[in-house]
Design a protein around this ligand. Structure first.
Ligand SMILES: Nc1ncnc2c1ncn2[C@@H]1O[C@H](COP(=O)(O)OP(=O)(O)OP(=O)(O)O)[C@@H](O)[C@H]1O
Ligand SMILES: [Mg+2]
Length: 464
């Protein structure tokens, strides 16, 4: 069910609030709360996340300006429309400088009021999109194509589409690179929440002490570096979908807090006292076997039960080799600006016989690497750089046949490190160019260089 927008009307003249509430609920189907003074408004704002607040400027004791300032601090995505008397014009302009979206003067023209609210809602969405984009964990924008026609894969995707329409929480399981994040996007984009935010949180990449404040926000001064209050990602995701990626990596204390939130929809900002409520659908993903994690005492059973109302299991690529040719074509087209390259018969056969421990992501990287290495328009076997390497061999060799029995299987991380080094060398340590070639952002590359402790002669800081 699509979420109704939440509006708060703040005015000390009760008949006005009554008329506004009735007009907005009847004409636009908004959910309207009323506060008759500034204090009441602040109380409500602390427990409910409003999309738009209609705010009278002149009120005794706590004025509209005070409430506006509080909103800026506490709930910056909320849009404020000031309600003014004609005589208040100067003050009204002042409030715009303070961050109000617009002002409307009494007596209200209903038509004008409704269009102003509609525009304010649009602006709120823009602010949120910006916030979501800033969150660099949202790596994939929108739903890019999901490729695969094998019966087992089709079955999973058809299921995901059906599940999308329901409101249930979903747990997506599958090995690394099988497309869990892609499916999470699909579920959001095919749900009634699709026009509201999709917010991804990578639970493994955020240090545990920070995860709680990323998720639930924090109040000013709640810890030493908290200079101002911040909304949590659950608030940003209000009405939409919260994607908890690598959910199996959450620590036990944060698991407990997450559980409480999932059970009630309520949470508290770190250092805050008021409990707030939001409406989010939670989709989570993990490459761990959470049932096993529960048995080993590393993951709470009650949390697993909450997250896993419906589950989707993504099959590894080696179990659906029919999809390989289509994926090759898809990535070849995506990587080439001009006429796409193609594979020689030998190269194609190698791709078909490979085991793909890194699944679709590995295949994507191999095609990407080959497109760069290959000078002509036919990719040959020696252009394919794959995972298996001989034991004690630090460099992966170009693949020249199916892996032998004694080949040591490198972990994806080892391979990634080696591949990043190779690309950096190839690009003469220019990070921007290397990042582009690797298909990741310069920031992500920087983090990986640090993580893998890659040492360069001089790491160039060029932006191009
Ligand atoms: N069926 C598919 N069609 C097209 N591209 C795919 C498909 N599956 C995966 N990919 C691509 O492979 C890469 C890895 O996919 P994704 O990030 O969704 O995997 P994941 O299961 O979340 O992996 P990890 O566990 O490592 O996070 C992405 O670039 C994605 O676009
Ligand atoms: Mg993922």
């Amino acid at each position: 069910m699509a979420k109704k927008y939440q509006i708060l009307v703040v005015d000390d003249e009760e008949p006005i609030t009554f008329l506004l509430k009735r007009a907005l609920e009847e004409l636009a189907d908004y959910d309207v709360d009323v506060a008759l003074n500034g204090t009441e408004a602040i109380n409500r704002i602390q427990s409910t996340l409003y999309d738009v607040v209609l705010l009278d400027i002149r009120m005794p004791r706590v004025s509209g300006i005070d409430v506006l300032k509080f909103l800026n601090e506490h709930s910056p995505t909320t849009q404020v429309i000031m309600l003014t008397n004609v005589v208040d014009y100067k003050t009204a302009i002042e409030t715009i400088k303070l961050g109000a979206y617009d002002f409307i003067s009494k007596p209200y023209d209903t038509e004008q009021l409704l269009t102003t609210i509609a525009r304010a809602l649009e602006r709120r969405q823009l602010v949120i999109d910006k916030e979501v984009m800033k969150n660099e964990l949202n790596r994939i924008g929108g739903s890019s194509g999901i490729i695969g026609e094998s019966p087992i894969f089709r079955n999973v995707i058809d299921n995901a589409r059906k599940i999308a329409a329901s409101e249930s929480f979903v747990l997506i399981q599958g090995a690394s690179g099988t497309g869990k994040e892609l499916v999470a996007h699909l579920i959001h984009n095919e749900s009634s929440r699709k026009d509201l935010p999709f917010v991804a949180v990578n639970c493994a990449s955020i240090p545990d002490q920070l995860l709680e404040s990323e998720l639930f926000g924090h109040e000013k001064g709640s810890f030493t570096s908290a200079y101002s209050a911040k909304q949590g990602l659950v608030e940003v995701a209000h009405g939409g979908t919260l994607f908890l990626d690598e959910v199996g990596d959450i620590s036990p204390p944060t698991q407990a807090k997450l559980l409480r939130f999932l059970e009630t929809g309520e949470f508290r900002r770190v250092g805050g006292t008021a409990s707030m409520k939001v409406d989010v659908r939670v989709v989570s993903a993990t490459n761990k076997n959470l049932q096993k994690e529960v048995q080993n005492g590393r993951f709470r059973e009650d949390l697993l039960y909450r997250l896993n109302v419906v589950s989707i299991q993504l099959p590894p690529l080696r179990e659906r080799k029919e999809d390989i040719p289509m994926l090759i074509d898809y990535f070849l087209k995506r990587k080439s600006k001009a006429e796409p390259k193609h594979l020689s018969a030998e190269a194609f056969s190698i791709m078909m016989h490979h085991d793909w421990p890194g699944n679709v992501r590995e295949l994507e990287h191999v095609i990407e690497g080959a497109s760069v290495l290959c000078q002509g328009d036919t990719i040959e076997a020696h252009d394919l750089w794959m995972n298996p390497a001989l034991s004690n061999n630090q460099e992966p060799r170009a693949f020249s046949g199916p892996p032998g029995k004694n080949d040591r299987m490198m972990s994806l991380e080892e391979l990634e490190k080696i591949h990043i080094e190779k690309v950096l060398r190839h690009q003469r340590w220019n990070r921007a160019k290397s990042a582009r070639m690797l298909g990741i952002t310069p920031k992500t590359l920087y983090l990986k260089i640090k993580r893998y402790k890659i040492k360069a002669p001089t790491l160039s800081m060029d932006t191009d």
